[in-house]
Write a new protein. Sequence first.
Length: 395
Amino acid sequence: MNAKNLSIFAIFTLAIVITAILLTQKETIPTATEKLFPDLENVINDVTEININTQEKSTTLIRTGENLQWQIKEKHLYPASLDKVHKLLLGVVNLTVLEAKTSNPSRYAKIGVEEPSEEGAKSLLLTLKKADGEIKVNLIIGNDRVAKSDSTRREIYVRKQGEKQSWLTLGQLSSEKTPKDWLDQKIINIDNNNIRQVSITHLEGDSLLLFKDSPEDEDYQLADLPENATIKLPYMLDNIATTLSALDLDDVTVATEVEFNENARNRAVFTTFDGLEITMTTTEQDGKHYAKFAAAFNQAVKALKKDEKATVSEESEEVETQPASEEIETQPVTDEEIKKQVEKLNAKFKGWAYELSEYKVDYLAKKSEELIDVEEPADAPIEEQPSAFGNPTTY
């Protein structure tokens, strides 16, 4: 073998070795080593303002008031979701660096860390401020993907505004970009089994009343039900009665922007077994469904706590008592507790009109004829027709 052939063979062998190494080498997953904002944890509780800006929308969350509650400036200072705010702040604190990325402005758009003001920008600018206006975080947030090292977290491209260097980070940041996304959506949540009755008055003037005699009753009944009538589908009454169970809003506005006049609204009064009374007034405006609420204490309504149930012995007609272990337990609530609940609810409801999805108010508009089936008598008597002379016609 001459020197030329030996050289070619050596190069060929080296190529095979390198290829084998590359094929057998495991993918290296970068590990987060340091936090993007090392000192933020010490001052995060001093943050009183959060600004979230995209090219289309701006959201300002402010921590204010006696209870330092987080509120949304663009939504007339309606309460923000505390859970979402906490997740965002903790997410920024725990954001860790995986590796440095581009510092070339012409490549920012490829990973989504261009200035939000640039045409077509998809980035988000997050700003955290203290009460004195000092900015603690000014972060442009770009594209993200599921983290290779932890599927519960994301790999997120970011860049500190004013700096050229961009970074690939590991963490979890809220993706909400509009004021509506930050609303505390919960309006009210009343246990289904605690609703005793619902009285509904429709805008046309007709009304209906559905009720249960005790929390243990399986189905609701309709008051003033004709003898020859039956409930079409019991679940329809249940859907009406459970309207206030985990009731969430779609959006919210100040009550003065919605007209709840007498000729364009439905009114439903929900009364619980312990005396809490919630009046829900609904209306439609500009194709949207709105509701307002008021709470009161109905002292005439009392829950009966049934620790025992009466049964008749098969061997005698004496009445025995047995523990109602399988019955629904109702927690005793004092009048004072209900009054405090009423006060708290009215403070929450005051001045607001809640936008609801149509399906959440649809059942409240049901008329009695839509809820019952009326059976006509099988052998209805034929009425005699009077003759022209005023007497029954006979043949």
